[in-house]
Design a protein around this ligand. Structure first.
Ligand SMILES: C[S@@+](CC[C@H](N)C(=O)[O-])C[C@H]1O[C@@H](n2cnc3c(N)ncnc32)[C@H](O)[C@@H]1O
Ligand code: SF4
Length: 432
């Protein structure tokens, strides 16, 4: 029997929870776009969602369409560029320089080399990339062909992230991954030889069929490869995933408990540290923190503005959250009508902005309370007196000299602790 507490969302990517965003609040997002914000000091970046995958993995909750029918991909990329045009003409963004960009999926590396080239060229023509820093791109092992890697390198991608998940064919197959260990080995060699500034490999902790041995052997092999960055995600099983349906149908009888996943992550961080890596968040360890940052994540956790292009993408502009329409047909229809594909939004109060930055920065392991007070004019020790007291008593964090530091035990379960910082009205709401 699989414990019921293994089902549902775990990773917190937004506050207030998505269920609190609504179509009624779309006017707030329209107003944010209509207000000129030239010369703003707030960093600004782009997210581009590429919603195509060869096949759906058992645990996946991302918006992705199986296969990549070429006519659909072509219409989709046209729509993304048209959306970029609409943003680039808005008073809020017309004079803003793009500081960072992230291409996520789905599997963005399913795009052909030509599509990659025209997508990047189109975006550069529409937005000011003259001072761009990090350009991050997600890829999957089988699609990492030399032609595509060369196109990505030539387009300026300087942080490539590949989803490995585990180096065990049995576990990969059981979870519906289309790649096998030999695909990873082949892709790794090409990626290393292509010469990206930063390469990150994603692993998962607690996959269906994973054993102590499959997980730690995978980690050892990853450390031999010596990527610049290793990200470890603990398996979550949101209710819309094929795996959750199997669990509820009684077809899966064993999965790692949350305690096991937390313990494995803590042990993995220790192994990585003894191999010269530095833990920089509740998920990621890097070889050289001064070179292998993650601007996309850090900027967002510190309140950057973000324009999300593509189906179901998220934006954040001047304290307003927004998510695009979440189906491909709906997204394409908005494009045919010459409209932004507006889905749902939420304007955050000052208190909500404080909670948002507090919880996002906790994911990095420490929070500077003086900085938050300066930014929001609210005293975090007062606003969060109860959760800070509770979590300190339970051994998950320490507060000293106006800094909150998570303990390692707190860091490996950080997403499970964050809802304690929510005000009462958001305590028991659905996540999405
Ligand atoms: C959008 S995927 C990245 C690229 C590509 N689609 C892939 O899966 O390899 C981002 C990462 O999220 C992680 N992930 C996906 N589903 C997850 C789940 N249910 N629980 C934990 N991590 C998950 C995986 O490590 C994956 O590499
Ligand atoms: S490859 Fe990534 S985005 Fe695609 S189905 Fe698998 S986990 Fe989801």
């Amino acid at each position: 029997m699989v414990d019921a507490d293994l089902l549902g969302s775990y990773f917190v990517s937004a506050y207030p929870p998505f269920s609190q965003w609504s179509t009624e609040e779309l006017p707030a997002y329209r107003s944010a776009l209509a207000a000129p914000r030239a010369g703003r000091a707030t960093p600004f970046g782009l997210y581009v969602h590429v919603p195509f995958c060869v096949e759906r993995c058992q645990y996946c909750y991302y918006l992705a369409v199986d296969g990549a029918p070429q006519d659909l991909v072509a219409s989709y990329l046209d729509a993304v560029l048209a959306e970029a045009d609409l943003y680039a003409r808005s008073p809020a963004l017309s004079e803003r320089r793009v500081g960072f960009a992230y291409f996520g999926g789905g599997t963005p590396s399913l795009l052909t080399a030509d599509q990659i080239e025209s997508l990047f060229t189109g975006l550069r023509q529409r937005c000011d990339w003259s001072e761009i820093g990090e350009i991050s791109f997600e890829c999957a092992p089988r699609t990492a062909t030399q032609k595509r890697l060369d196109a990505l390198h030539a387009a300026g991608v300087n942080r490539l992230s590949m989803g490995v998940q585990q180096l065990d064919d049995h576990v990969l197959e059981q979870n519906g991954r289309v790649h096998r260990v030999e695909d990873v080995e082949r892709a790794w060699k090409r990626i290393r030889d292509t010469g990206f500034d930063t390469v990150n490999l994603d692993l998962m902790v607690g996959m269906h069929g994973e054993t102590e041995t499959s997980f730690f052997d995978s980690l050892e092999r990853i450390m031999e490869m010596a990527p610049d960055s290793v990200t470890l995600y603990q398996l979550e099983i949101p209710l819309n995933t094929p795996l959750s349906r199997e669990v509820r149908g009684g077809q899966v009888d064993q999965l790692a408990s949350w305690d096991t996943k937390h313990d494995r992550l803590a042990a993995a961080f220790e192994r990585l540290e003894s191999n010269g890596y530095t833990v920089r968040s509740g998920y990621t360890a890097v070889r050289d923190p001064s070179r292998h940052g993650f601007q996309y994540q850090d900027a967002q956790y510190n309140g950057a503005d973000l324009a999300g292009l593509g189906v179901a993408s998220f934006s954040y502009l001047d304290g307003v959250h927004h998510q695009n329409l979440a189906t491909v047909p709906g997204y394409l229809q908005a494009h045919r009508e010459g409209q932004l594909p507006l889905g749902r939004a939420h304007r955050l109060s000052r208190e909500e902005q404080l909670v948002r930055e507090m919880i996002l920065q906790l994911k990095l392991g420490s929070v500077d309370l003086t900085r938050l007070e300066r930014k929001f004019g609210l005293v975090p020790e007062e606003a969060f007196a109860e959760p800070l007291r509770q979590l300190e008593t339970e051994g998950w964090l320490q507060v000293a000299d106006r800094k909150v530091e998570l303990t390692r035990a707190g860091l490996v379960r950080v997403d499970g602790l964050l809802p304690r910082f929510y005000p009462q009205r958001h305590q028991d709401v659905r996540y999405s």
